[in-house]
Design a protein around this ligand. Structure first.
Ligand SMILES: Cc1cc2nc3c(=O)[nH]c(=O)nc-3n(C[C@H](O)[C@H](O)[C@H](O)COP(=O)(O)OP(=O)(O)OC[C@H]3O[C@@H](n4cnc5c(N)ncnc54)[C@H](O)[C@@H]3O)c2cc1C
Length: 390
C-alpha cells in the first residue's frame, strides 16, 4: 500500500505553519515533522534582542488545534531525500516514506572562512545563551556584520554595558535593504549609544583576544559574534534534481521541481511574488515564514486530498520589524528592490517614513518610530503592488 504521510523537514515556524495548513485542508494521513534541534518550534526574533540580556521566557510557539496530532521527531537531522522512491533518511538510519514532502529547513549561519579561535553566531537558543554568558559591563565585543542581526546584537550589548565595535564591508549599516539614507541614520543612532563602526573593511584574522582588520588595525575582543547572513540548509537535498541554487526554487504556489507533492516554505523558499515581478526570490522575514508555510501546506494538502489547486495567485506583502535602543523599525514591501529612496514624512534623526521606488513605482516603505502610521503605509505599499497586478 502506498504511504499516506506528509513529512515536514524543519521543526520551526514555517514547518509548524505548513503542518497546520495541511491538516486544515482535511488531509487525514500521518503528519511527521523532523527537526534537528532538540526543541519544539520556537520564536527566533528575541534571540538577538531581549534574550541576550536575560534568559528568555518560554519562546515555544503555541501548538494550534489543527497541529495537535502531528508526530514530532526532534533532535534528528534528515540527511538525504529520494524523490523517486518518495523517502527521506534520518541521521539515525530510519527511512520515512511520504506521499507529500515539505521542505522547511531554513538557514544556517554563514561563517567567515578564517582560522583562529571559535566565534559566536546567533541563530538558536543555545547560540543566544552562549553570547549572553559573555556579555557583561566592560566586556569587549566585536560584531562582524552590520545587518539587522548584527545591529540588534550591538544594541543589546550596549544596553548591558559592553564595549562594542562593529566591522562590515558596506558603507553604512543595513545598506542592502535600507539604502544609504536610513542606513546612515541608523549608524548615527548607534554611535550616539557608543558603538564604534569600522566600515568598508573586513576581518582578515582572528587572534586569541583580538580581531585583525584588512588595513592592519587590531580590535581587542573578549567575544566575537559573526552575523554575516545565512546559507539555505539544503545539503540533504543533494542529488534530488531540485534547483537549490540559493534556496529551493519554487513556483508561485510553492511547489518545488514542478512536482505537486513537494513544496518548500520559509527562509529557504525562492518563489516569484507578482506583487513585485516574476523573479523568484527568498525573503528572510518572520511573517513570510508564516505566510509561505500556510500557503505551501495548503498547496500540498489540496493536492493530497484531491481538492484541486484552484487558489488565487500567492501575493504576500513582506513585512519586517527590528527593535534597537527602544525604537522600532518597521518595513513593508521590498525596500531593497528600490533604486531611489526619499523621506515621505518626518526626520531621519527622529521619527521617519522613507519610501523606496523602482522606475517610479513604490516597492516599499520603512518607518523608524511613527507607530500610528503603520496601517496607512502598509496599505499604500499593498495598493501599489496590487495596481501593478491589474
Ligand atoms: C536571531 C534572529 C533574529 C530575527 N529577528 C527577526 C525580526 O526581528 N523580525 C523578522 O521579521 N524576522 C526576524 N528573524 C527571521 C525569522 O526568525 C525567520 O524568518 C524565521 O525563523 C524563518 O523560519 P523557518 O522555519 O523558515 O526557518 P528556521 O527558523 O531557520 O528553521 C529551520 C529549522 O530546520 C532545522 N533543520 C535544518 N536542516 C535540517 C535537516 N537536515 N533536518 C532536520 N531539521 C533541519 C533547523 O535546525 C531549524 O530548526 C530573525 C531571525 C534570527 C535568527
Amino acid at each position: 500500500m502506498a504511504t499516506d504521510r506528509v513529512v515536514v523537514v524543519g521543526a520551526s515556524l514555517a514547518g509548524l505553519r505548513a503542518a497546520e495548513a495541511v491538516r486544515k485542508t482535511g488531509y487525514a494521513g500521518e503528519v511527521v515533522v523532523v527537526g534537528d534541534e532538540p526543541h519544539m518550534p520556537y520564536n527566533r526574533p528575541p534571540l538577538s534582542k531581549t534574550a541576550l540580556g536575560a534568559e528568555p521566557e518560554d519562546l515555544a510557539f503555541r501548538i494550534p488545534r489543527h497541529a495537535r496530532d502531528v508526530t514530532w521527531r526532534l533532535g534528528e537531522a534528515v540527511t538525504s531525500a529520494d524523490l523517486t522512491a518518495r523517502t527521506v533518511t534520518c541521521a539515525g538510519g530510519d527511512v520515512l516514506g511520504w506521499s507529500g514532502l515539505v521542505i522547511a529547513s531554513g538557514l544556517r549561519p554563514r561563517r567567515l572562512p578564517l582560522p583562529g579561535p571559535d566565534r559566536c553566531v546567533v541563530r538558536t537558543r543555545e547560540d543566544a545563551a552562549r553570547v549572553r554568558s559573555g556579555l557583561r559591563p566592560g566586556a569587549r565585543l566585536v560584531v562582524v556584520g552590520a545587518g539587522f542581526i548584527g545591529c540588534e546584537v550591538a544594541a543589546a550589548a550596549r544596553a548591558l554595558g559592553a564595549e562594542v565595535d562593529v566591522v562590515a564591508p558596506e558603507r553604512v549599516p543595513v545598506q542592502r535593504p535600507l539604502g544609504p539614507l536610513l542606513g546612515a541614520a541608523l549608524q548615527r543612532r548607534h554611535e550616539a549609544h557608543g558603538v564604534r563602526f569600522h566600515l568598508g573593511t573586513v576581518p582578515v584574522g582572528y587572534r586569541a583576544a583580538s580581531v585583525v582588520l584588512g588595513e592592519g588595525t587590531e580590535l581587542p575582543a573578549d567575544l566575537v559574534v559573526e552575523a554575516v547572513g545565512g546559507t539555505p540548509a539544503t545539503e540533504w537535498l543533494a542529488g534530488t534534481g531540485l534547483d537549490v541554487t540559493d534556496g529551493v526554487l519554487c513556483d508561485n504556489a510553492l511547489r518545488a521541481g514542478g512536482r505537486p507533492d513537494v513544496v518548500a516554505c520559509g527562509d529557504l523558499a525562492r518563489f516569484p511574488n507578482p506583487l513585485f515581478d516574476a523573479v523568484p526570490r527568498r525573503v528572510e522575514h518572520w511573517t513570510m515564514a508564516t505566510d509561505t508555510g500556510k500557503r505551501a501546506g495548503t498547496t500540498l494538502g489540496r493536492h493530497l486530498t484531491g481538492s484541486g489547486a484552484d487558489e488565487p495567485p500567492f501575493t504576500p506583502l513582506p513585512s519586517f520589524w527590528s527593535d534597537q535602543y527602544g525604537f522600532r523599525l518597521q518595513s513593508y514591501g521590498a525596500p531593497g528592490l528600490g533604486d531611489d529612496s526619499r523621506v515621505l514624512e518626518g526626520d531621519p534623526d527622529g521619527e521617519v517614513a522613507v519610501g523606496y521606488h523602482r522606475a517610479g513605482r513604490l516597492t516599499g516603505v520603512v518607518l523608524l518610530g511613527l507607530g500610528g502610521r503603520y496601517a496607512h503605509y502598509r496599505s499604500l505599499v499593498a495598493e501599489a503592488g496590487h495596481l501593478a497586478l491589474r
